[in-house]
Design a protein around this ligand. Structure first.
Ligand code: TRP
Length: 336
């Protein structure tokens, strides 16, 4: 008891000496300034807003919070969306660098390419870049070097098409719907073309440069192909409901590369879980913030692949799903 009293009076003296009381009485502005000074400042650059990218960003921010980085407390986030435009991505990257942020999170390949082009100093953690080497983000996945690391959502065109052949056997001609300006897409399409050539199938390209062109491009494939394939393409993902509508009317199966594209009406995919990818990205961000060089952290490729099928689309196309496939598939869309 006596010791406790002593301890309390020592504490009181220390508080008085260090001015803790004085500070508490000083009003909020000083406190807030102090908070701002101590906060870590992060820029998040995202190419465009579509459901998968929003999932990644939200999962990443939520995970950061559990790791002790709480937005509004010790973390400031400047989130900017490039609205699908390369010029915007460059401007945002330049601003982030000029602001001298502590770290930049780049969601999508085009966003990561833009920001990597602007700084070799500020740590960059990219999220969901399908082929980081082809995109010129890193030279080596195991040892990225420099100021860059991140997560990859690489998928296999072959596995997706094999799923496609189970659902709609007899595919001979595949329409490849993608933006040739997205390296992430080109790399998957290259695999698709190799697979098709080895299996006696033909690929017909239907490329777009903006979401506004997607409807025309998919309509042009109707009657010419047995199925449509779209890689992890941000431009197509942004217009996926339109693709689904055209394809449904034409009874054309559309195989995609991400669960969100199935949720938006694509028939099926064999892909990764983007919530987990967002969380893994946050783990890397925390590692960098605690002092590890980004270049010393291997790029993480997600390996938890799942079959996703859109039940409504399958029904509209009259597809009967085998029991074997049913047992392992996740059916979308999920009821709200
Ligand atoms: N992998 C894409 C890229 O490298 C980004 C992405 C993540 C994406 N999830 C997606 C694209 C879903 C389309 C659909 O840029």
């Amino acid at each position: 008891m006596k010791n406790m009293k002593k301890a309390l009076s020592v504490l009181l003296a220390v508080m008085l000496l260090t001015g803790t009381f004085a500070l508490a009485g000083c009003g909020e502005s000083k406190e807030e300034n102090k908070k701002a000074e101590e906060s870590i400042k992060i820029g998040i650059i995202q190419m465009v807003e579509h459901p998968s990218l929003d999932t990644i960003r939200e999962a990443c921010i939520a995970k950061l919070e559990t790791l002790g980085y709480v937005e509004g407390e010790n973390l400031e986030i400047d989130y900017q969306n490039g609205q699908g435009d390369a010029t915007n991505l460059k401007t945002i990257s330049q601003q982030f660098v000029a602001n001298g942020y502590d770290l930049i999170i780049a969601i999508t390949t085009p966003a990561a390419q833009a920001v990597v082009g602007e700084t070799s100093e500020i740590p960059i953690v990219f999220a969901a870049c399908t082929d980081p080497i082809a995109a010129g983000l890193v030279e080596n996945l195991g040892m990225p070097g420099g100021n860059v690391t991140g997560t990859s959502d690489a998928v296999s065109a072959e596995q997706i098409m094999e799923l496609g052949l189970q659902l709609t056997p007899g595919i001979k001609t595949i329409g490849a719907l993608y933006n040739a300006g997205e390296t992430n897409s080109v790399s998957v399409i290259d695999d698709l073309k190799e697979y098709a050539a080895a299996n006696g199938m033909t690929v017909v390209d239907a490329t777009v440069t903006a979401s506004s062109e997607v409807q025309t491009a998919v309509t042009a494939l109707v009657g010419k192909v047995d199925a449509v394939f779209s890689p992890i393409d941000n431009t197509v993902a942004s217009a996926m409901p339109v693709v689904a509508k055209v394809a449904k009317e034409a009874k054309l199966p559309v195989y995609v590369s991400a669960d969100s594209m199935v949720n938006d009406g694509g028939l099926a995919t064999y892909g990764i879980n983007y919530t987990i990818l967002g969380e893994e990205t946050a783990n890397m961000v925390a590692e960098v913030l605690s002092g590890t060089n980004p270049g010393d952290i291997p790029v993480m490729t997600m390996t938890d692949m799942n079959v996703y099928i859109n039940q409504e689309t399958a029904d509209a196309l009259g597809i009967i799903i085998s029991e074997e496939l049913k047992a392992k598939a996740t059916f979308l869309p999920v009821a709200e």
